[in-house]
Each structure stands twice: as C-alpha cells, then as structure tokens.
Write a protein that binds this ligand. Sequence first.
Ligand code: S3P
Length: 169
Amino acid sequence: MKNNLILIGFMGAGKTSVGLAYANARSKRFLDTDQMIEQMAGMSIREIFDIQGEAAFRSMEAEMLKRLLEEAEETVVSTGGGLPLREENQRILKELGRVIYLKVSPETVLNRLKGDTTRPLLAGEDPKGKVCRLLWDRGPIYESAAHMTIDVDEMTVEEIVSEMESLPL
Ligand code: S3P
C-alpha cells in the first residue's frame, strides 16, 4: 500500500473540505479527482455529463485514479462520490493508500446540497428519492472499499480532522 490518504463517500459528505483541511494541518499535498478531471477536460463536471455523458466521465475517473496510483506520494486525495463503484477502482483505491469513508445520512446530504446545481445525478425531480436510493445502493460499497468509516453527520470539519490526525500517514 502506498502512503497516501483517500477520502471516499457520498456527495455532500465533506470529502473536499475535510481533505483540504487535513492536508493543510499535516502539510501534505491535496488533490481532488473531480477538480483534476475538470482541468483535464477543460469543462465542469456538469458539462461533461451533459455533452459526453456519464460513461465518459466514469472512464475519466478511472484513468485519473490510475495516474494517481503511479504518481501520488504522501498526498491527501478526495474522490468523486461515484468513484468507488467500479470494482477495479476499489482495488486501486486500497493500493493507493489508507481509505476513509466519510458517512452521512440522506438528511445531511439534502440539507447541505439544497440549491446545488453542480451535481447532475441529483438534478431534476425528487432529489430526496434520488439521494435515498443512491445511498442505499452505495452504502455497502463504500463500507467495503474503505479501511475505516467515520460517521460525520454531527461532526464539524475540525472534529473530523482531529479524529483523522490519530491516523498514520
Ligand atoms: C458523483 C459525485 C460528484 C461528481 C459527479 C458524480 C457521484 O462528486 O464526481 O457529480 O456519482 O456521486 P462529489 O462527491 O465530490 O460531489
């Protein structure tokens, strides 16, 4: 296993905020797979979904993860919420480093993402139903893709960071 730390979990779990705060606290490099993909594609995630479709986005994600496996060292990586769904990605994640699942309830997701227009999977009718269904399907996958789970519903970014600071990296 490489010496990186990877955050996985559902949209709105705080992977990017927590990853950035943790990387700053430990003076580590921080990377976010969604941001890397947006830079590579020269467009937003929403535009990628609209123009090229979800399947193209998932291929970009898998490609980005392989690149990280080759290049990343001592880096904190936050990932898009759907990245652990591919089996091959699950294997690569565990090779890339210590994987932490930031677990949230549907209520927290809906509160945090109210009015958000950047997540194509939650756009349109019945966001509550979509969040519940996706979380139900993905929960067990996140659990098994991670080395450890932190239930973050009631926690601030600072509290999550200090819980993570007890981990080796
Ligand atoms: C997705 C999550 C998003 C982004 C894309 C798809 C998903 O990332 O990768 O919209 O399938 O859950 P965040 O988890 O950072 O919102």
